[in-house]
Design a protein around this ligand. Structure first.
Ligand SMILES: CC(C)(COP(=O)(O)OP(=O)(O)OC[C@H]1O[C@@H](n2cnc3c(N)ncnc32)[C@H](O)[C@@H]1OP(=O)(O)O)[C@@H](O)C(=O)NCCC(=O)NCCS
Length: 150
């Protein structure tokens, strides 16, 4: 999988991916904000044969980063592509001097929790009622960058 920065030209494919994967998908305006207006945003896509099969965004804010979304097309899951995407985000964060990476994940999202735990992220908090669509709780997870990038 080739990973590169997301551009506006990718958005039709990225929005289809969002619709396939998330109960509350990001919309075009949200991605345009990330691409053009949020100075802290890093948005990447993964492509195979010129098709977008993965996407991931993070906010890199000085010594802290937050993974805001990561997803892999259903027919490409369990092939290590989310790992590749996270490795790229971790490396970029390390190059920017980030110390800790945070994320929130639905408490019911076993695949994503297993993915993050496989890197060494640990749960530090439960955020009650975090998701407005179904009032689900979130785990806040964190990892130290120096343990992610060797
Ligand atoms: C979570 C998600 C990104 C994982 O993508 P993926 O490309 O299938 O993940 P990988 O193949 O890189 O898996 C890496 C590791 O994560 C864990 N993992 C991934 N999917 C899993 C699943 N369905 N069940 C259990 N563990 C899983 C495993 O430890 C796996 O390693 P292994 O395959 O050697 O056992 C994907 O399931 C997805 O897009 N889900 C919908 C969107 C989403 O929920 N994103 C996270 C929002 S916080």
């Amino acid at each position: 999988m080739n990973i590169r920065k997301m551009t506006e030209h990718d958005l039709d494919a990225v929005l289809l991916l969002e619709e396939e994967l998330f109960s509350a998908p990001w919309n075009r305006e949200h991605f345009l904000f990330e691409l053009y207006e949020n100075p802290f945003s890093l948005c990447l896509i993964g492509e195979i044969d010129n098709q977008v099969v993965a996407a991931g965004c993070a906010w890199i804010i000085y010594e802290r980063a937050e993974i805001s979304t990561v997803g892999v097309r259903k027919d490409y899951q369990r092939k290590g592509y989310a790992k590749q995407m996270l490795n790229m985000i971790h490396q970029t964060a390390a190059q920017h001097g980030v110390h800790h990476i945070f994320l929130e994940v639905r408490v019911s999202n076993r695949p994503a929790i297993a993915l993050y735990e496989s890197f060494g992220y640990r749960v530090t908090k439960v955020r009650k009622n975090y998701y407005s669509d179904n009032h689900e709780d979130a785990y806040e997870m964190v990892a130290e960058v120096k343990s992610l990038v060797r």
